[in-house]
Design a protein. Structure first.
Lengths: 371, 161
């Protein structure tokens, strides 16, 4: 006795679902690990470049912008070595007159090295100087806590030039020696890697360095240590405790989902924001500012030296209380990807985050999640 | 375990919109256009949901609109290949259905194929399928009936009545 057509269609649907899941996973991996592409200028960037050049007034500006983005490589964030005259320092682009931070307001030496959990006047001086340099050590309270620590990390990575992996493996990554303190007293000129001109604000996120910087009129206004996506696949159980209409689900709906924790590189814009603690399906975010679909820059309670997120960009809550006020919706966000390419080298497909999909094996996993 | 709560602006509803409708949309696009094109078109639909979430939430039938978004994406993706074909090495015939079923489905008219598989394969209601394809429920009933008749003829199956 043959099965009914309806039964066969049901069986077919089950098989089709498996095939869909397999194909979907392959599709995700194809977008996450693209084949290397030749260096080229993307059309979107060229349009923006032309628009900027018209605003700046002249073909000369086009030549400068194109010239710096050729195969010679990305202009490093230019930072003056201590002791050099900032006005004669090497400059990568034309632009506004540089406005380096001046010498420290209190240039006293510190009596000994400072590290996490140090307290006292020297720590307050350190915090004050970090604020002057546009890093965000939290409140100036003389206590070397996690915010101060992360500000020191950001300074070491961006100004001193310590690589993120080396800092992560250092025995005392947060240590501030008297020599480092002396270096911090010198004027520092942190230049953006992309200059947009007067009246602009933009964000630069350097994933290989795990550092973010905000520039207004091409001057730094905030520099922060970040932790971004691990780059690895994951599968976790996620709880939904309300339905689409806001009604409580009792018991909560539990779904096993998988994803790939990448933070893509590319050129984006700030799309929207939310205030306070926001519960996304992957955990709490503080003051999230979104720039790439569900990927936001947001505050979190821990921002370690390694990339640990599901794809979002974590900053500490002190930075998160400040960051949203420095940027407006529509401001550009340039992300240097983990593979070292420039933001304009990512295709549209590569820029889109990997969206979650139902766990094919539906294993129960009770790990706590955080974005 | 983390929890998902609303009330923080519309973005949480966009997540819920994606969670609720994305599965049915993907199945519909796959049955309509084949696995490869369907999965890629669906990825574009999800991206579209994120970007235009606010506008979609205000619509009466966002699922229907999104299916059309997927349709446009699919047409762009498969410029030269106009025939639906489920990738045969991905769909392994199991004991549950005859190997002739897949080619028979491929020979159906597209809307009949989508209606038959979504209603009888996945258990969606006529109304739900009507929303996705943005046609009245009565059209879906028609498509299902004609699709089943055609399939039975191809598979030499007797009508159970």
């Amino acid at each position: 006795m043959s099965t009914s057509l309806e039964d066969e269609l049901r069986e077919y649907a089950v098989t089709l679902d498996k095939a869909i899941e397999q194909r979907a996973v392959e599709h995700i991996w194809a977008t996450v690990s693209p084949t290397p592409r030749p260096l080229r200028v993307s059309h979107r960037w060229l349009r923006r470049g032309l628009a900027m050049s018209l605003a700046l007034g002249g073909l000369a500006a086009i030549a400068v912008i194109i010239g710096t983005h050729e195969a010679g490589g990305d202009p490093r964030t230019v930072v003056n070595a201590p002791g050099t005259d900032p006005t004669t320092a090497q400059s990568s682009e034309t632009g506004l007159a540089s406005d380096p931070t001046g010498p420290a307001s209190s240039a006293a030496v510190i009596s000994g090295p400072l590290d996490r959990n140090s307290t006292g006047g020297d720590v307050s001086r350190l915090q004050t100087r970090l604020v002057e340099l546009h890093f965000v050590p939290g409140s100036i309270d003389g206590v070397f806590g996690p915010e101060t620590e992360q500000a020191v990390w950001a300074y070491k990575k961006l100004v001193v030039g310590v690589s993120a992996p080396n800092l992560a493996h250092a025995v005392s990554p947060s240590l501030v020696t008297p020599e480092l303190w002396q270096q911090m007293q010198q004027p520092v000129d942190i230049r953006p890697r992309r200059t947009l001109g007067a009246g602009t604000t933009h964000v630069e996120i350097y994933l290989p360095d795990q550092v973010m910087a905000v520039f207004t009129n091409d001057q730094p206004t905030l520099i922060a240590h970040i932790s971004s996506g691990t780059g690895s696949p994951w599968c976790e159980t996620v709880n939904f405790d309300i339905d689409a209409n806001g009604n409580r689900l009792d018991p909560p709906l539990t779904k096993a989902v998988c994803g790939v924790a990448t933070t893509p590189g590319g050129v984006f814009t700030i799309t929207k924001r939310a205030y306070g603690d926001v519960n996304s399906s992957l955990g709490p975010m503080n003051n999230p500012v979104f720039f790439n679909y569900g990927i936001a820059v947001h505050g979190a309670s821990t921002v370690p030296l390694q990339p640990v997120t599901h794809g979002t960009v974590r900053i500490n809550n002190a930075v998160a209380s400040l960051f949203p006020s420095l940027v407006a919706d529509g401001d550009p966000v340039y992300v240097w990807g983990v593979d070292g390419r420039q933001p304009e080298q990512y295709t549209k497909q590569e820029m889109v985050p990997t969206f979650n999909y139902p766990d094919p094996s539906a294993t129960q996993d009770t790990r706590t999640t955080q974005p | 375990m983390s929890t998902f709560t609303a009330g923080q602006g519309r973005f949480s509803s966009v997540e819920e919109l994606i969670e609720r409708s994305s599965g049915a949309l993907r199945r519909a696009l796959v049955v309509r256009f084949g696995i490869d094109v369907g999965v890629e078109a669906h990825a574009e639909v999800v991206a579209y949901m994120w970007e235009h979430g606010d506008r979609l939430l205000a619509m009466a039938n966002p699922a229907g609109y999104l299916f059309r978004v997927g349709q446009s994406a699919a047409r762009r993706l498969r410029r030269w290949n106009r025939s639906f074909r489920l990738d045969s090495d991905l769909v392994e015939p199991s004991a549950g259905f005859t190997p002739e079923l897949q080619p028979a489905l491929e020979r159906l008219r597209p809307r009949q194929r989508v209606a038959v598989v979504l209603v009888h394969g996945y258990g969606l209601s006529y109304g739900e399928v009507g929303s996705i394809l943005d046609v009245p429920e009565s059209s879906i009933r028609n498509d299902v009936h004609r699709g089943l008749v055609s399939l039975r003829k191809q598979l030499h199956k007797e009508d159970p009545e």
